[in-house]
Ligand binder design. Structure first.
Ligand SMILES: C[S@@+](CC[C@H](N)C(=O)[O-])C[C@H]1O[C@@H](n2cnc3c(N)ncnc32)[C@H](O)[C@@H]1O
Length: 301
């Protein structure tokens, strides 16, 4: 149980102490989340265990961790296909590595699925002691990240899943936990909405806090902990609708039309049949996290 108490303390301390951020680093993450990644990595890595993240962007989380773990190694996977209009993110990461004089960062410029399927080519005999998921947020990718990393995790690994405010991200976490009882939900923290939909005051709090929500899952091969699940929505219609999208004549056109969903929704709702159609609170990035707890350690230690 000592291991889990140490994980508890790493997260608790991260949520209590203000984080001193490095002036070279910027990106998308809450300070408490960053401090949690750094504390867990300082605690759980050694010569045989590395840090790995999916979703590097310009390196805020990867380099913050690398800067705090001495000679232990931090790997980051990103194909730099998103949030990178000018194609500069990879070079920004490299120039920040130089400025911070970091020798322990390994960048894998690949799609996450290709990289995770062949992870042994990069990490060799080492295991992943801390795994941070912050890449593509569709349900399948979230679940695949959890499934593909399994053979590479150390026995005492910790997994941190960013953007767990999103209902479908929580669903992927739940589905993984439901089918893999060696893994337990350890901690969850949520904010009321995606940062894009926050007021200025809320945004400031999210920057100092948990950004777009987080779930922490621990490996528990000896079944010492209780199984708990993040809150989800029993109705499966949206997942079932995926079949219609996959088999449509113009599947990507449907996606483009979703840009106009507010406008189309307003018209369609004139018809009684559609009046009670489910409606998100915001034009985009609905998380359905407004009624969730702020923070929750799920285990009695
Ligand atoms: C929210 S950003 C990550 C933020 C970062 N952790 C930070 O600290 O600033 C998400 C990243 O995931 C990457 N990404 C999205 N889909 C991907 C995929 N299929 N394979 C690899 N990386 C992907 C994007 O290129 C983007 O840089």
């Amino acid at each position: 149980m000592m291991h889990f108490t140490n994980i508890y303390n790493a997260i608790k301390n991260a949520s209590e102490k203000p984080l001193e951020t490095h002036e070279i680093l910027s990106g998308y993450s809450g300070e408490k989340l960053l401090a949690t990644l750094m504390n867990l990595s300082r605690y759980n890595l050694d010569d045989d265990k590395v840090y790995l993240e999916v979703g590097v962007f310009q390196g805020l989380s990867l380099l913050s961790v690398a800067n705090s773990i001495g000679n232990n190694v931090a790997f980051g996977i990103d194909n730099f296909a998103f949030f990178d209009k000018d194609g500069k993110n990879e070079s920004i990461v490299h120039s920040r590595i130089d400025k911070l004089n970091l020798k322990n960062v390994r960048l894998i410029n690949q799609d996450y699925e290709d990289a995770l399927e062949n992870l042994g080519e990069y990490i060799g005999d080492k295991k992943v002691g801390v795994f941070f998921i912050d890449g593509p947020h569709d349900y399948r990718s979230q679940l695949m990240c959890l499934l593909l990393i399994k053979p590479y995790l150390s026995d005492d690994a910790v997994i941190i899943i960013d953007d767990s405010n999103y209902r479908h991200v929580r669903q992927a976490n739940r589905d993984f936990l439901q089918t893999n009882n060696d893994y337990k939900l350890f901690f969850e923290a949520y904010t009321p909405s995606h940062p894009d939909n926050m007021s200025k005051v809320e945004l400031e709090q999210a920057k100092h806090g948990w950004w777009n929500g987080v779930n922490v899952i621990v490996r528990d091969g000896h079944h010492q902990l209780q199984q708990k699940f993040p809150s989800t929505f029993r109705n499966r219609t949206l997942y079932e609708n995926e079949h219609i999208l996959h088999t449509a004549k113009y599947p990507t056109l449907n996606l483009k039309l979703s840009k106009y969903s507010r406008f189309l929704g307003n018209i369609i709702r004139i018809f009684p049949k559609y009046a009670s159609m489910e409606k998100g609170k915001y034009p985009a990035s609905n998380t359905y996290s407004e009624d969730l707890c702020e923070i929750n350690f799920t285990q009695d230690l």
